[in-house]
Design a protein around this ligand. Structure first.
Ligand code: C2E
Ligand code: MG
Ligand code: MG
Length: 666
């Protein structure tokens, strides 16, 4: 019973195997037109030989509508060659073909056998031959639809056999039997072929499934490889690939696009203070906000750490505004658990092709613009411009001259006194680097120090300058101290720290006379390394000062955590000291230093009125052009009298460094 059901289901074109049905149909549509053509030609031939014997109603009268039907089916199938229908349509069409094929076979066999009653032996022979060759030809043509082949074979050969058996003519019986057997064999071969065909289709569809799965996995891998795990934004790899592709796309056209870089402000102190877990949550919150802004014309990626990259297309004149909108959006407060956290963001933008035509140049230019925002316009967006280009050129010239400079000969140290106001005495000097390049003449430390840092020359330069400064200060009375600036790269390098201490020992200078000035930003980048180097220095007896206080993060946590003895208030605060908000800032920093037992030096004092205000605020140590500009050592040494007093200051006298407060070595 089950077998019969399976057979019937198969005969009806089993819809459970849509891939087989579809493949069958796609093969069949090329065979069926031949079938109809064969049928028509053979039918015309047999009608022709019987034209004189059979009634015209049987030859022409029946043949004409038959040709009309088969002809129109031929056209339908020829047209079908162009289409590739889906499985459902293919199944429906094949069911139709099985049905129609059977009906046409019934009509043709009835017509052929009815012609057998007319004509002589050769005409009758023609009918037998017509049926035989037509049925075998049709079965061949239906090899991809064995259901139809089987029905056609049965519908034709069984009546054929029965008809001739009933006539009792041996030759025709033998012929009918022959044809029947041949058709059986052909069907057997056809079924074998059909079985192999089904196997092939199944294995192909399995292969296609596997390929689709592999493709899906590849696509997933590709997506993961291009996604930042923390924020879910596209990552650095995606950013650079996209940038390269954009450059290829717009090359040779008038299209422009913009490359933006965004760096979070105050993220590092928050990360240091509240821990990496909170830092991660904060970054993913930033990522969520940025995702809302991304769109078909804006790609926003996380490049790593707290840096994000943006690619703007479309109306790029709006890129600067969009950059600023992103900074403002990031700047809105975040609620993390019970805490409210605020950070900011600065951006740098460069345009293709004005700023550059390669990915790394555009990136560097945006980075340069970002650096400008970071240093002079925090929270703002800087667009890379011609003036930046000019500056880069001059920086390149400086870099070039620096690489080939004779450090010993070209670099000098100037000294600027640090003064105690109440006593009007000089307590020491800050050593400031000067460079006279044979090609560029005088170059300011603000220009060459960052380049020396970037090129890695700073360690050698620091050693050369410090050696000179120590050798010179050693010639002055012991009471005078030396303040020396260290760069971020020095305070994180144990080798440089070792070199500095070796110089102090070699020159036999009391380490307590030396103060190293560092800035908050130099420590923030790699706090752990800096802290251990600073503790080594301080352990050797030197003092540490936090320079330019008030311009960076001015984070109280650094004041507490770093082993410092002195804070140097940046000169930008002195300019407004005679107005209420200005003196408020200095007063609060002075109070803070007082309560933390830190020495405080106010830099950039240019006017006597400023000295008076600072005096009234109980500020003790100052430095600035009002007292003296940085000078070569010989000028400084010449102004120091034998008794240790300094010329040019209103009241002479030198305070010993031992009198300066020193913080406990916590
Ligand atoms: P800084 O350490 O804050 O040094 C003070 C700067 O302020 C010096 O500029 C000094 O000449 C200037 N200055 C002092 N008094 C006044 C004043 O009354 N008014 C004005 N307008 N300026 C005043 P300079 O020598 O150009 O040095 C600039 C910066 O370069 C320094 O800032 C320091 O960060 C860096 N630097 C200088 N020498 C060295 C060095 O040997 N090593 C390192 N790593 N950095 C150095
Ligand atoms: Mg300094
Ligand atoms: Mg300073």
């Amino acid at each position: 019973m089950e077998r019969i059901q399976a057979f019937l289901r198969w005969m009806m074109i089993d819809p459970r195997y849509p891939e087989i049905a579809q493949a069958q149909y796609n093969e069949l549509k090329y065979q069926v037109p031949s079938l109809y053509a064969l049928l028509m030609v053979n039918a015309v031939a047999v009608a022709y030989t019987h034209f004189d014997y059979a009634p015209i109603s049987l030859t022409v009268g029946v043949l004409a509508p038959m040709l009309l039907v088969t002809g129109s089916r031929l056209v339908v199938w020829l047209r079908a060659r162009k289409n590739s229908p889906g499985p459902a349509e293919a199944i429906a069409k094949m069911r139709q073909t099985v049905f129609l094929g059977t009906v046409i076979a019934v009509i043709f066999i009835a017509w052929s056998l009815s012609l057998d009653g007319y004509g002589g032996p050769s005409e009758r022979g023609h009918v037998a031959l017509f049926i035989a060759i037509t049925v075998t030809g049709c079965i061949f043509c239906l090899m991809n639809l064995p259901q139809a082949a089987l029905l056609v074979m049965l519908v034709v050969t069984v009546p054929y056999l029965v008809y001739y058996t009933r006539l009792g003519e041996d030759v025709y019986i033998a012929m009918a039997l022959n044809i029947f057997l041949v058709c059986l064999v052909i069907l057997q071969v056809l079924f074998n072929g059909y079985g192999a065909f089904c196997k092939l289709v199944r294995s192909q569809s399995e292969l296609a499934l596997k390929n689709a799965e592999t493709e899906r996995l590849n696509a997933e891998n590709e997506r993961l490889a291009n996604t930042d795990a923390l924020t879910g934004l596209p990552n650095r790899r995606y950013f650079f690939n996209r940038l390269e592709r954009l450059i290829e796309q717009v090359a040779g056209t008038n299209e422009r696009f913009a490359v933006g870089l965004i760096d979070l402000d105050r993220f590092k102190p928050i990360n240091d203070t509240y821990g990496h877990k909170l830092g991660d949550i904060l970054l993913s919150e930033v990522g969520n906000r940025l995702k809302e802004l991304a769109g078909p014309e804006i790609d926003i990626c996380r490049l790593g750490g707290d840096e994000f990259g943006i690619l703007f297309r479309g109306d790029i004149e709006r890129a600067a505004k969009a950059g600023q909108a992103i900074c403002d959006l990031i700047g809105k407060p975040y609620r993390i658990g019970e805490m409210q956290v605020s950070i900011g963001a600065s951006a740098g933008i460069s345009f293709y092709p004005e700023a550059g035509t390669s990915a790394h140049v555009l990136f560097d230019r945006s980075d340069y613009a970002l650096y400008n925002s970071k240093t002079s316009a925090r929270g703002r967006t800087t667009v890379y411009s011609d003036s930046h280009e000019a500056r880069i050129r001059s920086e390149r010239a400086i870099e070039c001259a620096l690489q080939s400079a004779n450090l010993d000969k070209e670099f000098l140290v100037y000294f600027q006194p640090i003064v105690a106001i109440p006593e009007r005495t000089v307590v020491g000097f800050e050593a400031l680097a000067r460079w006279y390049s044979p090609t560029l003449t005088w170059v300011s430390p603000d220009d060459f120090i960052p380049i020396a840092e970037r090129t890695g020359l700073i360690h050698r330069l620091t050693a050369v300058l410090f050696e000179k400064a120590v050798q010179q200060i050693a010639k002055l009375p012991d009471a005078l101290g030396l303040s020396f600036n260290l760069s971020a790269y020095d305070v994180t390098s144990p080798d440089t720290v070792e070199t500095l201490l070796r110089i102090i020992r070699f020159e036999k200078v009391d380490p307590r006379r030396i103060t190293f000035e560092i800035t908050e930003t130099s420590v923030i980048g790699s706090y752990e390394a800096a802290e251990s180097c600073l503790r080594t220095l301080r352990g050797a007896g030197v003092q540490l000062a936090l320079d330019d206080f008030g311009t960076g993060y001015s984070s109280l946590s650094y004041l507490h955590r770093l082993p410092i003895d002195c804070v140097k208030i940046d000169r930008s605060f002195v300019a407004g000291i005679e107005t209420p908000p200005g003196d408020g800032v200095i007063t609060s920093i002075l109070n803070l230093c007082n309560s933390m037992q830190l020495r405080c030096v106010v830099e950039g004092v240019e006017e006597s009125s400023q000295v008076a205000v600072l005096n009234s605020l109980n500020c003790r140590f100052v430095q600035g052009f009002h007292f003296a500009k940085p000078k070569p050592f010989d000028d400084v040494a010449g102004s120091i009298r034998d008794n240790g007093t300094v010329e040019g200051l209103p009241v002479a006298g030198v305070e010993t460094v031992d009198h300066l407060p020193r913080r406990s070595n916590a």
